[in-house]
Design a protein around this ligand. Sequence first.
Ligand SMILES: Nc1ncnc2c1ncn2[C@@H]1O[C@H](COP(=O)(O)OP(=O)(O)OP(=O)(O)O)[C@@H](O)[C@H]1O
Length: 468
Amino acid sequence: METKDTLLLVDDETDLVQGLSRTIQAEMPCEILTATSAEDALALLAAHPVDLVLTDIRMSGMDGLSLLKKIHKKDPHLSVILMTGYGTIETAVTAIREGAYDFISKPFKNDSLIHTLRKGLEHNRLVRENLRLSRILCASTPGLVGQSGPMRAIYEKIRMLARTDVTVLICGETGTGKELTARALHESSPRRGGPMITVNCPAIPESMLESELFGYAKGAFTGAVKDRQGYFAAAEGGTIFLDEIGDLPLPLQSKLLRVLQEKEINPLGSDLSRKVDVRILAATHQNLEKKVEDNTFRADLYYRLNVASLTMPPLREIREDIPLLVEHFLDKTACQLRMEKKRVSSLLLEELMQAPWPGNIRELENTLQGLCVMTQEKEIPPQNALKRDRIPDLDFFTDSPLPHRNLPYQQLKEKVLARFTRQYLDHLLKETSGNISHAARLSGIQRQSLQKIIRRYQMDATHYRGRE
Ligand SMILES: Nc1ncnc2c1ncn2[C@@H]1O[C@H](COP(=O)(O)OP(=O)(O)OP(=O)(O)O)[C@@H](O)[C@H]1O
């Protein structure tokens, strides 16, 4: 059944709102909500989904223009049509510039009002559909990005494992792409037409985990008024991904072991077990072998899960992939936030390539998303606040590719040395908040020499004062 559109009419003249409501109702099959002030309109909008707003400009209290701004702050895509009286045409033009869909001048004929409203609703439908499609498009690129050796080895393993039905344990630090890898495995397997159900084990209260995983029969506990299938049954014909499996409580570990061995589930409160055709993928950031030694993880379950394993590299070990990842996340952010794609300056890219990234690829993604949102310009400048390794841990050249590697040795050496010195000084001054004596002590360079070097590189220690 097609759902009706909902129209919100706003005017501080009660009679006019009621008259309008009757006229529209006679011509168009839609739900109508009415408000006699902008404040009431906002309250209605907060409580009901609305497809189109028709509001007067001149109202006592908050006027139509302020209402338009407030509406668009909450939902920038909602179509708003303004009604203008004598002398408010200019305001209406301003309103169009501010994002109103259209305006209609009073007094208006009924058919021109209906025509304008129909156009507004059609516009709303197109905008919503467009949004829906672009959301699907943004979400439908679950591919892993990266061409480094370790990432290529991961792709090769995914290709091999996708052909099989074996249980795979995906290990790696937080944010390294374990869930994305599980999805890639499912999507490239013959089960791709079936569901992929992700269970974040620690997110479910321990008391509910069993019934959530295996389902329950009516009467299994108070409140179980009918049978309910669990995640395993929902994943029938597809894949179940058990994220953070290391947090699974011991009693449930035995039950999971049974599923792995027998391919059978036993809903809570039921005597009947049922066969399931589900592939199991699991992930953990913990050291399961250590947990086995500590007797907090069952050894037999560990061996069953670990039939094949994949270990995701931390970002610091695949720094050469950072430029590709940066491009990918700039595209993704532009797509998701429906904004123009930004660029990163070369200095910022250098910074990104050296940052420690304890939160791995997720942290890089979040950082870039934040920078895109916070930067007005097309190019994101270097961010001196990006956290880096402390000086003794800095690994200047082993991790970042050599610039201009085809230059003769002497020239290349000079370039590399200049780059190293600039980066070193930048880091040193940041670390010491521009305090030259402290920087001299830390670097082992005489104070005066250090000042000379800083000047030669046209840097200014005072710029680093007062920063963290
Ligand atoms: N190789 C990659 N290419 C593109 N995006 C990636 C890659 N790896 C991770 N991401 C992105 O980084 C974010 C974190 O990835 P994901 O959730 O898969 O990590 P995880 O290892 O499962 O994290 P956690 O252990 O915290 O659950 C996601 O937005 C994901 O899309």
